[in-house]
Structures are given as C-alpha cells and as structure tokens.
Design a protein around this ligand. Structure first.
Ligand code: AMP
Length: 186
C-alpha cells in the first residue's frame, strides 16, 4: 500500500515537474512529451495538485471509515460536554453545545452537538421525537454562523456512517466558513 502510494506520488510528481518545465517555455525532452502529452501548463499544474491531495484524502477517508463503527457507546463529545477535556466553546444553551473543531477544515470550523444524545449517534438514527432537537440544531447553526461572521457564505455538513466518513458517533453538525467553498464536496 505504502509502496503503491509512493509510486503514485512519484508519477504525479513526475508529471508536475514536466508541467513546470513547460511553464518555463523551454522545450521538453521528446520522450517525456510523448509519454505525458502535457496540456497547457496552468491546467496540468492545477490537476497535479488536485490529484495529489485527492490521493491523500481518499487514503485517510478509507482508513477512518473502516475504523469507525456505531457502537452506541460514549464518545469524546461526552467528555467535552462534561468539560472533562478542554475545548473552545463558541456557543452553549441548555440543549446544544458548539465548539471549535480540533482539526479545522476551514478558517471557521465549529462542531455543533446536542447535549443529550438520546439515540442520535448519527442522523440516520433519527426518529419523529428528534424533530425538535434537529430543528434547534439547524437554527443554532445559523446563530453560530452569525456569531462567527460568516453568515454571507458558510456550509453545514453532517457526515453519516462509515460511507459518509463519520468518525464520532454522537450526532454533530460541522459549520464551515471563512473561505470559498467548492462543489462537489468529495
Ligand atoms: P466526523 O468525522 O464527521 O465524525 O467529525 C468529528 C469531528 O470531531 C472531526 O472533525 C474531529 O476533528 C472533531 N473532533 C474530534 N475530537 C475533538 C476534540 N477533542 N475537540 C474538538 N473537535 C474534535
């Protein structure tokens, strides 16, 4: 696996180098040119960056998804709610808690959770009785976005289950902003 990853990195790097050589407008060696048929440099360089980061993300996501299952047991978020471990809380009321993600994916990345899990390990476990807390979470996402100054452009994400790359089985909303979001999200 590591070898395969290294190999794909080398190949990608290789084509990036060719792209950057072309950027200098120096003629490419004939063999490299016929192997890669490099498109105009700016396109090729952008594609390299995207392919390399996609490889890393897919590896990490696959590992995380395989390691994460919904056991129904306590999670790290219980410790955050109980204030047994530190977190940077940005909003709190009697029903929900919002804190900064430890591994932010955007300049603003807040995790919003219900204090009482009540079976909501994931959105896929929602039942009619959960509609009030689900509505409150969504409204609070807007309140947090406003407090964080990202109301003009933000994203709310709920990862559900291994296929959705969920890693903590206590329902939570990711509130992301402070940069231009892209679509599709991957
Ligand atoms: P998910 O992968 O959708 O289940 O999201 C779980 C999120 O919780 C990830 O973005 C983690 O970075 C975040 N997280 C895990 N532990 C902590 C922690 N101690 N403090 C803040 N965020 C955390």
């Amino acid at each position: 696996m590591a070898a395969a990853l290294t190999n794909s990195f080398s190949l990608l790097r290789c084509s990036c180098v060719i792209g950057s050589l072309a950027a200098t407008k120096r003629p490419l060696p004939p063999l490299s040119f016929s192997l890669f048929r490099a498109p105009p440099v700016s396109i090729q360089s952008k594609r390299c960056t995207r392919l390399i980061s996609a490889s890393i993300d897919e590896e990490a996501s696959a590992r995380a998804a395989a390691a994460s299952v919904d056991s129904g047991g306590p999670t790290i978020f219980d410790k955050i709610i109980a204030k047994e471990i530190p977190s940077t809380i940005v909003y709190e009321d009697e029903k929900v808690l919002a804190f900064r993600d430890i591994n932010p994916q955007a300049p603003v990345h807040v995790v919003l959770i219900p204090k009482l899990r009540d079976g909501l390990t994931q959105l896929g476990k929602a039942e009619p009785r959960h509609s009030v807390i689900l509505g409150h979470l969504l409204y609070t996402a807007k309140v947090v976005a406003e407090k964080e100054g990202i109301l003009d452009g933000f994203r709310v994400v709920i990862n559900n289950g291994p296929g959705g790359c969920q890693s903590v089985y206590h329902l939570h909303l990711h509130i992301l902003g402070g940069r231009q979001m892209k679509w599709p999200p991957g």
